[in-house]
Ligand binder design. Structure first.
Ligand code: TXA
Ligand code: MG
Length: 304
């Protein structure tokens, strides 16, 4: 059975692409520094970018990090699911230091995708996994997209169909004193987090706390123009709240943000593949999931 084979590959220090509810992950045994190094090599990723350790749940997370009550509250509400907690790493954490890029903190997430959960159970330890794309490319939301980017560089690609959410997890840092900072917006919205722990700070505009938040992280080859209404001549158009125009695409014809998030990366890949010089994107509202979608579009549009 392929899950058991995937677990064997991880034990042997190999790389396995697996589905999660957010995006596909490029997984390795988190405790094996050699395997972790292979992730950076396969992604062509700068080594200072720390990885998320995937675990089955709160118990396993607490073996890796000191979790303040606020962190435990958030984990209870949003795990398993598209939510990552950065907290102070325990001195006896089994996760390789290389995976944390030498930071005093560690990022932890319990995914909900059944295949990811089966893989975690079968492997029996933490699995580090960045998004399964070459560094700087948009994240892969299907097994085919992951294979396109990483095919020859991994030992196995598990196909779990298209990712339900299509955007990377929400990341918060929870400090020892319980202060919560939003490091990366995602499907779990700011409002849902604040309902549990009160007003939270945003890392935007401040010092880069998550090195992966480098401006041009999620980048198609084409240049991007945001809040474009209408497109200019020569641009391919990514619509929202309207059907796909000729030669273009739509994130959601009905203006549904959930559908838009799920379609985002596949749409960017498809429009990039047309060879167009500029992808013009329709205005996206800022509320709820719109914050995360706008965040990814802004990064994709950043000069590079
Ligand atoms: O949905 C997701 O989170 C996907 C799936 C595969 O789980 N993973 C993902 O991983 O998006 P990646 O490596 O593409 O993004 C992880 C982000 C990076 O921006 C990284 O800098 C940040 O998490 N991160 C990891 N450890 C951190 C830490 N200790 N402090 C601050 N940021 C951290
Ligand atoms: Mg990524």
């Amino acid at each position: 059975m392929s899950i058991a084979r995937a677990a064997d590959i991880l034990r042997a220090g190999g790389l396995v692409v697996f589905p999660t509810e957010t995006v596909y992950g490029l997984g390795a045994d988190a405790t094996n520094p050699h395997a972790v190094a292979r992730i950076y090599e396969a992604k062509g990723r700068p080594q200072f970018n720390p990885l998320i350790a995937h675990v089955p749940g709160l118990t396993e997370a607490q073996a890796q990090a000191h979790l303040h009550e606020n962190a435990r509250k958030l984990a209870a509400a949003f795990w398993p699911g598209p939510f990552t907690i950065v907290a102070r790493r325990r001195p006896d954490s089994s996760v390789a230091e290389l995976a944390c890029a030498g930071l005093a903190t560690i990022a932890l997430r319990a995914p909900s995708h059944p295949m990811a959960r089966e893989l975690l159970a079968s492997f029996g330890g933490p699995i580090v996994a960045p998004s399964a794309n070459r560094s700087g490319h948009v994240s892969a939301t299907t097994a085919a997209h992951a294979a396109e980017d990483l095919g020859g560089r991994v030992d196995l690609v598990l196909d779990g169909g298209p990712c339900e959410i299509g955007l990377e997890s929400t990341i918060v840092a929870v400090a020892d004193d319980g202060r919560v900072t939003l490091l990366r917006p995602g499907a779990i919205s700011r409002a849902e987090i604040e309902a549990l722990v009160g007003p939270i700070e945003s890392a935007h505009g401040g010092a880069i706390q998550a090195p992966g938040m480098m401006e041009s992280h999620y980048a198609p080859r084409a240049r991007m123009r945001l809040d474009a209404d209408p497109p200019l001549q020569g641009e391919v158009y990514l619509a929202f709240g309207a059907p796909a125009p000729a030669g273009g695409a739509t994130l959601s014809a009905t203006g549904d943000l959930v559908e838009a998030a799920a379609n985002l990366y596949a749409a960017l890949r498809a429009l990039d593949a047309t060879g167009a010089e500029v992808i013009a994107v329709a205005p996206i509202p800022e509320d709820g999931l719109g914050e995360a979608i706008r965040d990814r579009l802004t990064r994709a549009a950043a000069p590079r």
